[in-house]
Design a binder for this molecule. Structure first.
Ligand SMILES: [Fe+2]
Ligand SMILES: [Fe+2]
Length: 339
């Protein structure tokens, strides 16, 4: 039974939700930036096709790209539904605005990806079990914190990593020039997670926090499985699956650290445990090339990771900085040029 709705007179009282003024300010800006950096998907896609030609690639590449980007397509739908739910369920004013603007962005991401795949001649059919479980797990999460953590801080950072790598590899020129528009929007969505999750966590009991932690474990397991199942397709596109999971996970950890910092939690155990667990499973399924052939050295390296962590982990920025020059058809850049 749905709960009966009432007018939330307290929605402007940030303190009662545990939302700090500085986080609220950033969330409010997320909404307004959504307008300033908005773009017309139909127009952007047709301009890019006019400029670079109709997307083509050989059949093997097309099938591989189709399987990888079908996950993105259904991921966009999941993000759309979740952000629409967040827009509805979140009470305080600023994060509600940010979630509303995200729902609008995700609808655009969904139809543009659909149109792109159609032009390429790819039918987005079913996706494999790892990705499906991951998306359904987040869509069916039983509380707001899990939805926010799952989508904004665990799924979006991996999508951002994939966009960045595919763009750099220049797999197909229309896609290469389309992806910065996605990246710029997704960066705002990660901000919703980082800025609002601390407020939700402040009001959680110990057992709720543990539940959130367990949820994170489950999602990361599905992410590693997805990466493993996509290994061949990623390699056809020239994407190193190990780099994808390593960079994606580094971004997730960074997001979690930002949340904990905002909460003033000094303990690094939660992120450390998840970090080591993910590294160990990754090493087991997608070993670093030096350990690939030998099961014994691989197991040894897994046990080293569990005990001591991975020696040197490169630092990766949480979200990319994308400017008007990479998204020339977005509203803001256009208006500045016209002026
Ligand atoms: Fe999206
Ligand atoms: Fe997003």
């Amino acid at each position: 039974m749905a709960t009966k709705r009432s007018i939330p007179y307290s929605m402007f009282d940030r303190d009662s939700y545990g939302l700090a003024a500085k986080n609220a300010k950033i969330l409010e800006r997320v909404y307004h930036k959504g307008h300033a950096h908005g773009w017309d998907g139909k127009e952007v896609l047709s301009s890019l096709i006019a400029e670079h030609g109709t997307p083509t690639m050989n059949d093997t590449q097309k099938q591989a790209l189709g399987r990888v980007f079908s996950i993105i397509l259904w991921g966009e739908l999941a993000a759309w539904r979740i952000s629409a739910e967040l827009a509805d369920e979140i009470e305080p004013f600023e994060p509600k605005m940010a979630a509303t603007s995200q729902a609008f962005d995700e609808a655009r991401h969904f139809y543009v990806m659909h149109d792109y795949l159609e032009v390429l001649g790819v039918r987005p059919d079913g996706i494999h079990w790892g990705a499906r479980r991951l998306l359904e797990k987040v869509m069916n999460a039983d509380n707001l914190a899990k939805k926010l953590l799952g989508m904004q801080l665990m799924v979006e950072p991996v999508a951002l990593t994939l966009f960045h790598i595919v763009k750099d590899l220049n797999v197909e020129p229309v896609l290469t020039h389309l992806l910065p528009y996605y990246e710029r929007d997704e960066a705002r969505h990660v901000a919703l997670g980082v800025q609002y999750l601390p407020a939700l966590m402040k009001n959680m009991s110990v057992s709720e926090r543990l539940g959130l932690f367990a949820f994170q474990f489950e999602l990361i397991s599905y992410e590693i499985a997805t990466n493993y199942l996509l290994m061949r397709d990623l390699e056809v596109l020239g994407v190193d699956p190990r780099a994808l999971i390593d960079v994606g996970k580094a971004k997730q950890i960074k997001a979690m650290e930002a949340v904990l910092e905002s909460l003033d939690v000094k303990a690094t155990y939660p992120t450390m445990i998840i970090d080591r667990y993910a590294d160990a499973v990754t090493e087991l399924t997608l070993p670093a090339s030096s350990n690939a052939g030998n099961l014994w050295t691989r197991l040894k390296s897994v046990s080293d990771i569990i005990r001591n962590g991975r020696p040197s982990v490169a630092d990766h920025e949480l979200v990319p900085t994308i400017g008007d020059e990479q998204t020339p058809l977005a509203t803001g850049g256009r208006m500045r040029r016209a002026a």
